[in-house]
Design a protein around this ligand. Structure first.
Ligand code: BMP
Length: 217
């Protein structure tokens, strides 16, 4: 198994998905696939797959009641991603209580991978993450310095990192900078041979991890 969370923003043929899903830690699903296939369609796609974690990425950012109303309808997911900037009282606090009771996990965004995201807000976002204490954090592979700061600030949290491949992050680098898993979408689903691509990614991840272990000791 690789340290891959497959970002399934496009449909890929079921027989291909069946072959490659065993290599993933998890699959991340967001609006693109949900809107295209509907809830029942997504469930059907996931039915035969063996992955440890289905992450629903709707980047929740609303009042408590609305977010709980949304996650209740997505009971097939193990985990949900929300924005941190909405704050705790009346929003993330109630959402987290609800998910805790359901045995589900919450990830908070610490920073985003695109250029225009303003990391000057990170000190505030960090206080929200510290006090909510979510299961995990999303932090960008495209900004190694930010990723390292988030890892230093949260040594014991699971960090999942997008921006690998299509957005410029090199495979395996985020793992060396503190991420537990790399979120990878286009590099896999636009490949003409997804199975070999995934195997190649896992090999590079392993090589990079070995390399960075050596340089850190
Ligand atoms: P890709 O590997 O195709 O660039 O996909 C990255 C995935 O991660 C997309 O689903 C995107 O919405 C998501 N994502 C991101 O790219 N940057 C972030 O900061 C947070 C994300 O969830």
């Amino acid at each position: 198994k690789g340290r891959i969370i497959f970002s399934m923003d496009e449909e890929i043929p079921q027989h291909v998905l069946l072959k490659i899903s065993g290599y993933f830690h998890g699959i991340k699903i967001g609006y693109p696939l949900l809107l295209r296939k509907g809830i029942e369609g997504v469930k059907e796609i996931l039915r035969k797959l063996e992955v440890d974690e289905i992450i629903m990425d709707l980047k929740l950012a609303d009042i408590d009641n609305t977010m709980i109303n949304i996650v209740k309808q997505l009971d097939f997911a193990n985990s949900f991603i929300a924005h941190s900037f909405i704050g705790i009282d009346g929003a993330l606090g109630e959402l987290k209580n609800f998910l805790d009771n359901e045995g589900k996990k919450l990830y908070l965004l610490a920073s985003m991978s695109h250029k225009g995201w303003n990391d000057e807000f990170y000190p505030y976002i960090k206080t929200v993450i510290k006090s909510l204490n979510p299961y995990g954090i999303v932090a960008p592979a495209t900004k190694p310095n930010v990723l390292r700061i988030v890892r230093d600030d949260f040594p014991n949290k699971i960090i999942i990192s997008p921006g690998v491949g299509a957005q410029g992050g090199k495979i395996g680098d985020a793992l060396c900078n503190g991420a537990d898993y790399e979120i990878i979408g286009r590099t896999i689903y636009t490949s003409s041979d997804p199975e070999n691509k995934v195997k190649e990614i896992i090999k590079i991840q392993e090589e990079k991890i070995n390399e960075c272990k050596k340089t850190s000791t």
